[in-house]
Design a protein around this ligand. Structure first.
Ligand SMILES: Nc1ncnc2c1ncn2[C@@H]1O[C@H](COP(=O)(O)OP(=O)(O)O)[C@@H](O)[C@H]1O
Ligand SMILES: [Mg+2]
Length: 272
């Protein structure tokens, strides 16, 4: 996701130069396939279902969730989930570029955070902050304590005031560094992990199941990519497919092995 999502061809959100704007239809195009563990699938589906029946919740005076935190290793589907949620709820995704929010003058950073939240409040959308730890770090773990704590305080205020029909989604690979108060503000949290046997099989099947290939390629891929994230699997399989297409061959085990070695130069395969 990071490749295309950060692409500069994306239009800036109107009146907001710190984020890119993704219409719901563009979001659904980004999410060809999303493999989630059964638990995560359930959390995401429930989140979407609840927001699809707001009136019912209003009737019972039970609030709807609107803050979702995703954490876990890179390449496991956090950004993809943000696109998925926006697409399913038919909301635009406002993808904030963190480097544009963070300013050497931290006071400026705080006011940028406010601007972004104000923008999201003005019209229903999914506001998405990737690498969230960069602004939500614990208030007591660095030298710029005082200044940084002001940024976190601003963030906390924005989170508390965040209501209406927009959603806030954030992702981080460094969840242990998040400020505890920030952590508590999220009504929904999802832990992402590396693929297990089952999700790896499901993902590989969706990547190469339909592709012209030799029979044993799927099981070979399953074995070969045991340590890989989804993003890595996707890259390696794409590389392997390119080789097959170039050579006018069905996808074969050797294409995969070659692609793997090229992608992970230090691997046992490469050395052996
Ligand atoms: N759970 C997943 N299901 C399907 N594809 C995935 C998944 N995780 C990662 N990918 C693939 O890897 C790319 C990068 O994933 P991304 O969602 O950006 O990971 P993260 O945000 O967790 O670092 C995606 O565009 C997709 O091609
Ligand atoms: Mg990401």
């Amino acid at each position: 996701m990071s490749k295309s999502a950060s692409s500069s061809r994306m239009p800036r959100a109107k009146g907001m130069d710190m984020a890119s704007y993704w219409a719901p239809s563009e979001c659904s195009r980004q999410v060809k396939r999303l493999v989630l563990s059964p638990l995560n699938r359930k959390i995401v589906e429930e989140f979407i279902a609840i927001l699809g029946m707001r009136e019912k919740f209003e009737k019972y005076e039970v609030s709807c969730p609107n803050k979702l935190l995703m954490y876990g290793p890179p390449g496991t589907g956090k950004t993809l989930t943000a696109f998925h949620v926006a697409s399913r709820l038919e909301l635009p995704l406002i993808l904030v570029r963190l480097d544009s929010i963070i300013h050497s003058h931290l006071g400026e950073t705080g006011s940028n955070i406010r601007k972004v939240f104000d923008y999201a409040r003005a019209a229903p959308c999914v506001l998405f902050l990737d690498e969230f730890d960069a602004i939500a770090r614990m208030r007591d773990n660095n030298d710029e304590v005082k200044e940084m704590s002001r940024v976190v305080n601003t963030l906390l205020q924005c989170l508390d005031e965040f209501n209406g029909n927009s959603l806030f989604m954030a992702a981080t690979n460094l969840e242990t560094e998040l400020d505890h108060a920030v952590w508590r503000r999220f009504d929904t949290k999802i832990a992402y992990g590396m693929p297990d046997e089952r999700t790896r099989a499901e993902y590989l099947h969706s990547l190469i199941g339909e592709f012209e290939r030799e029979q044993e390629v799927v099981s070979a891929a399953h074995e070969l990519m045991k340590e890989c994230s989804y993003a890595e699997m996707e890259q390696i399989v794409t590389k392997a497919k390119r080789k097959a297409i170039m050579l006018d061959q069905p996808l074969m085990q050797e294409h995969l092995t070659e692609a793997f070695i090229e992608y992970v130069p230090g691997s046992a395969y490469a050395r052996g």
